[in-house]
Design a protein around this ligand. Structure first.
Ligand code: SF4
Length: 238
């Protein structure tokens, strides 16, 4: 029997609750500002890497005023091993200055104000709204975007579309938790390669037959290409 998107969403949520009942925020932080900086650092960088660099950075500056007093080079020195470190260092410095100048050193609690900050896009703002302020948000990163499409919860056309579809399918009070549960599930269960969707606790029933077949074809070992006739040796020459 073909499941509707809503039925799929309910079943997926039950499974996620079973697999990942506890989902702590994976980025170490102590308040909204340190979370904001950690989330900004996590773009194209693993959370583990971010957690390795933030202690030294926050040791030097854990408030907007202290951070604004550091030079871009001093910030860069602490975060050098993260991807895109030079632009992240500039953004951290610039957003700290803006928080001091216009927000009384407080991280703002609206999407409009958060997304005004240098280096802060909608996904980063959503994580801060969700996990610093407990406001319902559904941060969609590339992993959630891909999984939502695989599970048939969204058509996967754009990240914005995925966010809107997920928000329609799940209750607002569950969004913040679900975003983390999907991330944890993806990290634990979704290998980058060699998927057999039929053995997966979710894709085995949630993915469409077409998608299962497409993955199988994609992951099948490639057959060696036949050499052009001119290069084929005649059996006579052994
Ligand atoms: S098959 Fe399972 S493991 Fe692979 S992407 Fe789907 S949910 Fe993840």
């Amino acid at each position: 029997m073909r499941l509707t998107r809503i039925q799929k969403a309910e079943r997926i949520q039950t499974l996620l609750d079973t697999y990942h009942p506890e989902v702590p925020v994976p980025l170490d932080h102590s308040d909204p500002f340190t979370l904001l900086v950690a989330v900004l650092l996590s773009a194209q960088t693993t959370d583990v890497r971010v957690n390795l660099v933030t202690p030294a950075l926050f040791e030097q500056a854990s408030t907007p005023a202290d951070m604004a007093r550091l030079s871009v080079d001093e910030i860069l020195e602490c975060i050098r091993t993260c991807g895109l470190a030079p632009s992240k260092a500039k953004n951290i410095r610039a957003l700290s200055e803006l928080l001091v100048a216009e927000y009384d050193e407080e991280v703002p609690q609206t999407f409009v104000d958060l997304e005004r900050l240098p280096g802060v896009g909608h996904k980063t703002a959503s994580v801060v709204m969700a996990h610093a302020f407990g406001q319902p948000a559904f941060p969609v990163d590339t992993h959630i975007h891909r999984l939502a499409a695989r599970w048939g919860l969204s058509d996967g056309s754009t990240v914005e579309r995925t966010e809107a579809d997920l928000k329609k399918l799940f209750a607002a009070e569950d969004w913040n938790n679900l975003h983390l549960q999907i991330i944890y599930f993806g990290r634990e269960h979704c290998p980058a390669r060699g998927h057999n969707l039929e053995q997966c606790p979710i894709c085995s029933w949630a993915a469409t037959g077409k998608r299962i077949l497409a993955e199988k074809t994609k992951n099948a070992p490639k057959r060696p290409r036949k050499a052009p006739k001119s290069q084929q040796r005649s059996p006579r020459h052994g």
